[in-house]
Design a protein around this ligand. Structure first.
Ligand SMILES: [Zn+2]
Length: 249
């Protein structure tokens, strides 16, 4: 039984000191695939050096919604890396932290979707308190991709899955107050579901309060299998297939 983490940031500074231990925890818990998501060029430099026998790492890079004031030169550097990686992301909209740059965020998001289509690569979408606009953009500018750590409604998740998008869930699915994420799992076809940690953030129960790491994805998978009332092994087979279908084409 093999787990995967479709979205993590173990390429970040939080993991510099004990990355080896984190990778060993992954192996010990059979987490054998992981997407390293870069939100800046330093993350990318570290990502290409992350190697471990028995774990298949992929890399994604994209200009984060925060960075709407990125210079043309730096954008070009991102673009060069985009040609090398497995996915474009995380890109999208964040109206929680950066409500003052909504219009610029939309422009940046759309321009990167166009790049992804041109390079024939999937996108990894970040959307926080912006699902309405995000939905409209994904509807109009069609592409392959996943909505990471999905926090919108189950109805919208269903619509997005019909449009071909994958819906990824993380730690919040295991939290005591989880209601909508549980409905999302029930409403999205199993062949459009993914699991993730978003390490170092959003740690699942029972490790809440600690730094998150990819080995914790096992708790997300267990919870998802429980909600769907299927064997964990059946779920994981499908999740692995979904991941490969999205990122290995
Ligand atoms: Zn992330």
């Amino acid at each position: 039984m093999n787990y995967l983490d479709s979205h993590c940031h173990i390429n970040g500074e939080e993991f510099i000191d004990d990355l080896d231990a984190v990778l060993n925890n992954m192996l010990n818990n059979h987490v054998t695939k992981a997407m390293l998501v870069c939100v800046n060029l330093d993350d990318y430099k570290r990502s290409v050096k992350i190697k471990k026998d028995g774990i298949d790492f992929k890399i994604a890079i994209g200009v984060y919604p925060e960075d709407t004031n990125i210079s043309e030169d730096i954008f070009k550097e991102y673009y060069e890396k985009m040609k090398e990686v497995d996915a474009i992301g995380e890109i999208g909209l964040d109206y929680h932290w950066y409500p003052e740059t909504k219009e610029k965020q939309k422009e940046l998001f759309i321009s990167q979707i166009k790049i992804a289509n041109q390079l024939n690569k999937p996108i990894i979408v970040h959307s926080r308190e912006a699902m309405g606009d995000c939905f409209e953009i994904l509807k109009e500018h069609h592409c392959r991709g996943v909505l990471h750590c999905y926090s919108g409604s189950s109805e919208m998740a269903k619509e997005l899955s019909k449009m071909g998008y994958y819906i990824s869930l993380g730690g919040p699915l295991t939290w005591k107050n989880a209601k909508e994420p549980i409905e999302v799992v029930k409403n999205v076809p199993i062949d459009k579901l993914l699991i993730e940690t978003d390490s170092p953030y959003l740690t699942p129960v029972p490790n809440r309060g600690k730094r998150n790491e990819p080995s914790n994805v096992i708790y997300v998978a267990k919870k998802m299998a429980e909600i769907l009332n299927i064997e964990e092994e059946t779920l994981l087979k499908q999740i692995n297939l979904n991941y490969d279908n999205l990122f290995n084409r």
